[in-house]
Design a binder for this molecule. Structure first.
Ligand code: PLP
Length: 389
């Protein structure tokens, strides 16, 4: 049975161009980029080429790009690195974030709160979007950093980041603006010299943009100082100690080049959007008592999140897997029990509605045939589960 992969927000497939780019760096080109000899310098050149590619994708300068082990590290570095000096000096500091952030941000924020940082986590509206007026009202003279994601991993809702960053800087130019752009990179244009020129810190992750897991980037705007997360060598211009993951960095650089060319191809973007819409509309038409979560929000082109009344999404994911469809549901496994998605609860869904919600996230490789097949399989699976519940 061929498999239909509709869980690209969990991880994207690594595309052949990326595999080809990194392959030599596992065997022939093994040098440490810090070594002065030719092996090292070959790796160094590859790392710097990747840095330039990522900078170009983000409309940033290569010096502002720091490679990390992924989105989680980048998020931890942004928040902890910005607030460390206040913890050290025992000075009050406030962190403003939202309830729809990934746990890489939320749990870091809560850990900082336990160490004395004041924390506000804003609720979104019912479409999963942060209201700029509520954001402005939550800023305080102690606010040192704000962290609002660019696109949500569960609903795909795009946040009004440019506006929020402007509000924060108008309130106090010293406030640092961080965004977790893990689910936005490669899906929508990120312009750190234009629309997002007020953003100081930004996280991305390789495995959401067709590079392997364990690769990521934190963008640190020129002039912004973050305390390092790791102590060790002077790598990444003293900002991230540890010998570089050369194959991973090369892969991320190649993925950034591919993302850039994909984002300039209107046809491919509208094709992906049309496949997502066809899937969403088809499921709404075929399955009674179905709702689209965050339907009225601006969304990234590949994501839909659907609630099927009376269904347990976890059982549906298992049933679909047996039929060759990989899907996701936004839940976290806490002490052995599955908790309903904190994102959907924050949007005002009941726990039962949140538990009945399925995330389908397409990749650039998804085909119309796969969507048609999914439109046959998913309604039948929902029907079957409803009939036995
Ligand atoms: N932020 C968001 C929005 C994510 O979706 C993810 C991964 O799911 C992360 C951060 C964590 O990134 P990584 O898996 O690279 O640590």
């Amino acid at each position: 049975m061929s498999s239909i992969y509709l869980d690209a927000n969990a991880t994207t497939p690594v595309v052949p161009e990326v595999v080809e780019a990194m392959r030599p760096f596992f065997a022939d080109s093994f040098g440490n980029p810090s070594s002065a000899h030719r092996h090292g310098q070959h790796s160094r050149a590859a790392v710097e080429h990747a840095r330039s590619a990522v900078a170009k994708l983000l409309h940033a300068s290569p010096k502002e790009i720091v490679f990390t082990s992924g989105g989680t590290e980048a998020d931890n570095h942004a928040l902890t690195g910005a607030l460390q000096q206040f913890l050290d000096k025992r000075q009050p500091a406030h962190l403003l974030t939202s309830q729809i952030e990934h746990h890489a941000v939320l749990y870091t924020a809560e850990a900082l709160q336990r160490r004395g940082i004041q924390l506000t986590a804003l609720a979104p509206n019912s479409d999963g979007v942060i209201d700029p007026a509520a954001f402005e009202a939550a800023l305080t003279p102690q606010t040192e950093i704000v962290s609002i994601m660019l696109a949500n991993n569960e609903t795909g809702a795009i946040q009004p980041l440019g506006k929020l960053a402007r509000i924060a800087k108008n309130y106090n130019p010293a406030i640092l603006v961080h965004t977790d752009a893990v689910q936005a990179a490669g899906k929508i244009t990120i312009d750190l010299s234009g629309e997002f020129k007020n953003v100081d810190l930004l996280s991305i992750s390789g495995h959401k943009m067709y590079a392997p897991q364990g690769t990521g980037v934190i963008f640190i705007r020129n002039g912004v100082h973050l305390a390092p997360l790791f102590h060790g060598g002077p790598h990444e211009r003293q900002r991230r100690a540890g010998t570089e993951n050369v194959p991973g960095i090369v892969a991320l650089g190649r993925a950034a080049e591919l993302a850039e060319s994909w984002l300039t191809d209107e046809f491919r973007i509208s094709y992906l959007t049309s496949l997502r819409d066809r899937l969403e509309q088809g499921l709404l038409a075929a399955i009674p008592n179905t709702t689209v979560n965050a339907a009225a929000a601006p969304r990234v082109p590949n994501t839909t999140n659907l609630g099927f009344d009376g269904i347990d999404a976890e059982s549906l994911v298992i049933a679909l897997d047996m039929q060759g469809i990989a899907a996701g549901f936004g839940a976290a496994c806490m002490s052995g029990a599955t908790e309903p998605s904190h994102v959907l609860l924050a949007m005002g869904l009941t726990p039962a509605q949140a538990r009945s919600s399925l995330r389908l996230s397409l990749s650039r490789l998804t085909t119309a045939e796969e969507i048609d097949r999914a439109l046959e399989i998913i309604p039948a699976a929902v029907d079957r589960l409803r009939s036995i519940s």
